[in-house]
Design a protein around this ligand. Structure first.
Ligand SMILES: Cc1ncc(COP(=O)(O)O)c(C=O)c1O
Length: 380
């Protein structure tokens, strides 16, 4: 099918909620994507920080194929080995005590909010300006956006300045259940806080008996140069949310908890038909094993530094360049849609977040040569 035919079907039958780039993608391998017209692109979007091992990684493909031949879906009325062993793997990896599997980031956040209320018996949340936690009503309530058309949302959510721990101290009240933060704000513009920030927030939460929820949907699995973004600060959250790269692009989410929060739910408090589905679990096993065996967390740190330095040498009129691991943002005074378009025409996929921040979140397997090519294309 041609691009025009695909676009015309989309505009006729699909809800027009997305602003899409004018290409239709057909296949991918490693860091490279191909469109229906045969054009190739170096992918610095990676399904928005999801395909950390690149596209169609052979180990993930094989794990899904093998699992599909054995068992695809049974619901959580039954036990499966593939889910139980993934539970062990992911809790050991993260140092958390228990996990609830779901299907997306927003669902993981919903589970976290419910767990915080159930554990503490309190109702209120503190979130950060510039935050993004998802599109369902609970997650939207803690997302810093004009949500007026969807009100009423969860009441009593206080928004504080990101990277300012004293504001959290002041915002905590009698009925505060939890503080919810991203270790690095992704959609908000790749905002990297000071290393002490999460340490200070952790201390405040401990002193005031408030839970700390860290939303690692975008920052986990090596993206920032540690397995989880919060490890840069040496803190442990009470509750953590994961999705995106957990199964290298196969839809999956997870909510993990430790301490009293790990015992916060009773039977029947939460559920998901597809959560922890055998196919997703098999993909997640293969993803985690491959990241570990190929040492891609250290690679993210190394390549991220190289990418950042290479971008710094460009004579583009950006006002800020920041990043951690392979999560990099280049901020402009005005919109960066034109740069995204020019880059695409030059064979590089990028995206613009918060309207004026060019975001680079390529697969962690990107090579130096591919980074050089991206920088050359941006240099014009
Ligand atoms: C930090 C964070 N939390 C939650 C979400 C929502 O994830 P999903 O789109 O899978 O619902 C996102 C998506 O970008 C995110 O970046």
């Amino acid at each position: 099918m041609s691009f025009d035919e695909i676009r015309s079907l989309d505009s006729r039958y699909i809800f027009q909620t997305y602003t899409r780039q004018p290409i239709a993608l057909e296949s991918g391998s490693g860091v490279v994507l191909r469109d229906v017209d045969g054009n190739e692109y170096i992918d610095c979007v990676a399904g928005i920080a999801s395909c950390n091992l690149g596209h169609c990684h052979p180990r993930v493909v094989e794990a899904i194929q093998k699992q599909a031949e054995r068992l695809m879906h049974v619901t959580n009325l039954y036990y499966t080995e593939v889910q139980a062993t993934l539970g062990e793997k992911i809790t050991r990896l993260s140092g958390m005590d228990r996990v609830f599997f779901c299907n997306s980031g927003t669902e993981a956040v919903e589970a976290a909010l419910k767990l915080a209320r159930r554990t503490t018996g309190k109702k209120d949340f503190i979130a950060a300006r510039g935050s993004f936690h998802g599109r369902t009503l609970g997650a939207l309530s803690i997302t810093d956006k004009d949500n007026t058309p969807f009100e009423p949302l969860i009441r009593n959510v206080s928004f504080v300045q990101y990277n300012e721990s004293e504001e959290i101290e002041r915002a905590i009240g009698e009925d505060t259940a939890a503080v919810v933060l991203e270790p690095v704000q992704g959609e908000g513009g790749v905002n990297v806080p000071a290393r002490e920030y999460l340490r200070e927030v952790r201390e405040i939460c401990d002193e005031r008996d408030v839970l700390l929820i860290l939303d690692e949907v975008q920052t986990a699995f090596g993206r920032t140069g540690e397995w989880f973004g919060h490890q840069h600060s040496g803190v442990t959250p009470d509750i953590m949310t994961l999705a995106k790269s957990i199964a290298n692009g196969f839809p999956m989410g997870a909510m993990l908890a430790t301490g009293r929060a790990a015992d916060g739910f009773e039977r029947g408090d939460h559920a998901s038909t597809f959560g922890g589905n055998p196919l997703a679990c098999a993909a997640a096993h293969a993803t985690i094993d491959t990241i570990r065996e190929e040492d891609l967390v250290a690679a993210s740190r190394r390549k991220g530094r190289y990418f950042l330095e290479s971008l710094r040498s460009l004579s583009l009129d950006f006002i800020d360049l920041r990043g951690i691991g392979l999560m990099i943002g280049m901020e402009f005074e005005g919109g960066c849609g034109g740069i995204v378009e020019d880059a695409r025409k030059g064979g590089v996929l990028l995206n613009c977040t918060s309207e004026r921040v060019l975001r680079f979140v390529p697969p962690l397997i990107i090579t130096r040569e591919e980074i050089d090519r991206v920088v050359r294309v941006l240099g014009g």
